[in-house]
Write a protein that binds this ligand. Structure first.
Ligand code: AMP
Ligand code: MN
Ligand code: MN
Ligand code: MN
Length: 295
């Protein structure tokens, strides 16, 4: 089968004809730290053959309306999404939320809290960078964020522009991470709160890119079991940042915990060629696709 075509339950999408689903349920736009506007993202997805797309910006839903309109024009199915920042056992974990009502008040209040923390953290990051001789990082990062969600990616762009690092990858190696200049510990949502905001807004909570946290097998299973206890229903088995073995491992965890499996690239930028929009391998056969819940 062609890479990226996910041939699962073949839902009827258009005029009762069965179509293959090429799906990407984890992407970013300029509403957080992606390079494309929501409309540009949808156009690029449609041009790459994606017919079911979720926009999952960090701690915000500002891009959803624009993406929804663009998807209607492009004739592809759009799913509301978000990627929530969570603090769990002194680590930062990301949860994707899918197919929820963005107007649900407790979710909006939760997002507001996360955005407020981003502002506080940005000031602290800038203060720490200043202590090691890098001036005006707050203003510099803010300019890259376009006044929207302020994240580490915007600091990374500023540090590359000012010649402190040769590229984004190098920033994340030498700055803004544990034990490096500019690192600030996350103080994000609890796992329980984040899952309940998504569930009560009618959506599905998904553990994002589980292999990225570099947890031992037992710690990862503790995370998954805490997530299940909190009411979480799905895990990303296929991710742009998972290799073949990680996909197999996550499929086993999904099976063991009776979780639905999701698939998303975590696309941010056309200039990051290692993560391509919508070009994802199939879910392993034993997985129950999360999109069975909403397609
Ligand atoms: P934040 O949520 O503001 O702490 O920033 C997290 C974001 O930083 C991720 O979603 C990525 O966009 C980016 N990021 C983190 N680590 C790396 C890395 N090693 N290389 C490139 N981007 C990264
Ligand atoms: Mn990001
Ligand atoms: Mn993430
Ligand atoms: Mn992401």
């Amino acid at each position: 089968m062609i890479s990226g075509i996910v041939n699962s339950t073949l839902p009827k999408l258009i005029n009762g004809f069965q179509h293959n689903v090429q799906i990407d349920l984890h992407t970013h736009s300029t509403a957080s730290d992606g390079r494309l506007t929501p409309s540009e993202l949808v156009s690029r997805a449609a041009a790459s053959g994606v017919n079911v797309l979720a926009l999952t910006d960090h701690d915000g839903t500002d891009g959803l309306d624009e993406a929804h309109c663009a998807a209607e024009h492009a004739g592809i199915r759009f799913i509301n999404g978000i990627e929530l920042s969570v603090s769990w056992n002194k680590r930062t974990i990301h949860l994707v939320g899918l197919n929820f009502d963005p107007d649900f008040s407790p979710l909006k209040a939760g997002i507001k809290g996360l955005r407020d923390f981003r502002e506080i953290r940005a000031r602290e990051i800038a203060h720490k960078l200043e202590k090691c001789g890098i001036q005006d990082a707050y203003e510099g990062a803010k300019a890259f964020s376009g006044g929207k969600m302020l994240g580490r990616m915007h600091f990374a762009q500023f540090l590359v522009k000012t010649g402190h690092a040769k590229n984004i990858r190098s920033v994340f190696k030498h700055y803004l991470v544990n034990n490096k200049p500019g690192h600030v510990t996350g103080n994000w949502a609890t796992l329980e709160n984040a899952v309940s905001w998504i569930n009560n807004a009618g959506g599905i909570a998904v553990i994002a890119h589980p292999a990225r946290y570099k947890l031992s097998r037992s710690k990862l299973r503790k995370l998954i079991s805490d997530f299940v206890l909190a009411g979480g229903q799905a895990i990303e088995v296929v991710s742009g940042s998972h290799d073949v073995n990680e996909v197999k491992t996550m499929a086993c965890h999904a099976h063991d915990f009776d979780l639905y499996a999701s698939s998303g690239s975590d696309f941010h930028d056309p200039d990051f060629p290692w993560i391509r929009l919508g070009q994802l391998p199939e879910l392993p056969k034993k997985c129950q696709p999360v999109w069975d819940l909403f397609l």
